[in-house]
Ligand binder design. Structure first.
Ligand code: FE2
Length: 370
């Protein structure tokens, strides 16, 4: 353990009993798990008057993407070599099967219901589901109601992070994960030529493979690799009534260079009036941070509604907006559901993202004067 240095006016413990007239910034490596310093500042580091240059907090309103995109109904918004984030709106069954040979796909069902047909059999999906499709698995989405998805495509293999001292049943018992049971057939019929089409993506190029039989013909499978479904209602977050836990406490999935966390309704830090109840200020010095707002009220972000995305790049601070501490007020719980995607490498917004950007989001911290 590194011995911490203490200089000047500091709190005895992180996130508790800040010196009067200060705000706390956590400056830390490796997404808060590495070396760190807490800086007690006179003003929030987000109280900028102007920002010039490419970096700034960004917000995107995916509700403006009603339809369109590729035949999977999706559009990429942010991407790097490890991850590609898409949103999709689909209301028709896919006319072909799809196999992603570039990466794993983690789909989060923001709205809608239907079936995910796969090599391994079908999975029924509903709002709040994570659907994990490993690289190379053939699938087809068959919505029964208009479906909106957030999809994270990862170059590395997605898995569930170790729980360490919390134990193997923490956050969710792996027994709640659902895997498909094969049926030996899909629901897609042959096209006009009597063929079934499989679209394969490799290095983002599409190859079309045709069969004269239904390729979803698996009648049995065994092993440790399969598509899976996990609903956020089955995730049981940990919390402390006296300590604001870092976002890593809510990690749900991880791949090389990518961490996916789920923020769920939970008690606030009501056990000590000196304990911080809103997130501390920080700049992500080792991760870019994306939040997808799924459901509820987001007290630390004004002007953010379900279906919106915020993007906080490395190097620019973020934290609660002005008035967040007051808005928390006497609340004893948070009712928000949000998905966070943190990436090691910088993410780059696409043109589709530029088209739905809320250009004034970076100004939303400005009013704060003390
Ligand atoms: Fe953050």
């Amino acid at each position: 353990m590194d011995i911490p240095y203490l200089r000047g006016k500091v709190a005895a413990q992180a996130h508790v009993g800040l010196p009067d007239g200060t705000v706390e910034e956590e400056y830390a490596r490796d997404g808060f798990s590495g070396r760190y310093a807490h800086l007690y500042r006179g003003r929030p580091p987000v109280a900028w008057s102007r920002i010039e240059g490419p970096l700034r907090p960004r917000a995107y309103d995916t509700r403006e993407l009603v339809s369109g995109g590729d035949a999977l109904g999706r559009r990429a918004l942010l991407e790097n070599a490890d991850a590609r984030l898409h949103v999709a709106a689909i209301d028709q069954p896919m006319p072909y099967l799809f196999r992603n040979a570039d990466g794993d796909e983690l789909m989060f069902v923001h709205a809608g219901a239907g079936q995910l047909e796969t090599d391994f059999g079908p999975l029924a999906y509903r709002e709040g589901d994570y659907l994990l499709v490993p690289r190379g698995t053939m699938y087809r989405l068959v919505p029964t109601s208009p479906t909106r998805l957030l999809t994270v495509e990862t170059t590395g293999e997605l898995g569930v992070p170790e729980r360490g001292l919390l134990g193997q049943h923490a956050l969710f018992d792996p027994a709640v994960i659902e895997v498909p049971t094969p049926r030996g057939r899909g629901t897609l019929g042959p096209d006009a030529r009597g063929e079934w089409q499989v679209v394969v993506q490799r290095e983002r190029a599409l190859t079309h493979v045709f069969y004269r039989h239904d390729p979803l013909d698996v009648v049995g499978w065994k092993g440790t690799l399969a598509p899976m479904r996990l609903n956020v209602a089955d995730i049981r977050p940990v919390s402390s009534e006296r300590y604001h836990l870092p976002p890593t406490a809510h990690a749900t999935f991880a791949a090389a260079g990518v961490v996916v966390c789920t923020f769920l309704p939970r008690p606030l830090e009501t056990g000590d009036p000196r304990a911080l109840r809103v997130p501390f200020y920080h700049s992500n010095i080792d991760y870019d941070e994306v939040l997808f707002y799924h459901h509820g009220e987001f007290f630390s972000r004004t002007g953010i509604a379900p279906g919106m995305i915020t993007f906080h790049p490395q190097g620019i601070h973020h934290g609660p907006q002005p008035g967040a501490a007051e808005r928390v007020g006497e609340a004893t719980r948070t009712n928000e559901i949000a998905v966070m995607i943190d990436t090691r490498r910088p993410l780059h917004p696409t043109e589709a993202a530029d088209g739905i950007e809320r250009a004034d989001y970076w100004t939303s911290w400005q009013e704060r004067t003390r």
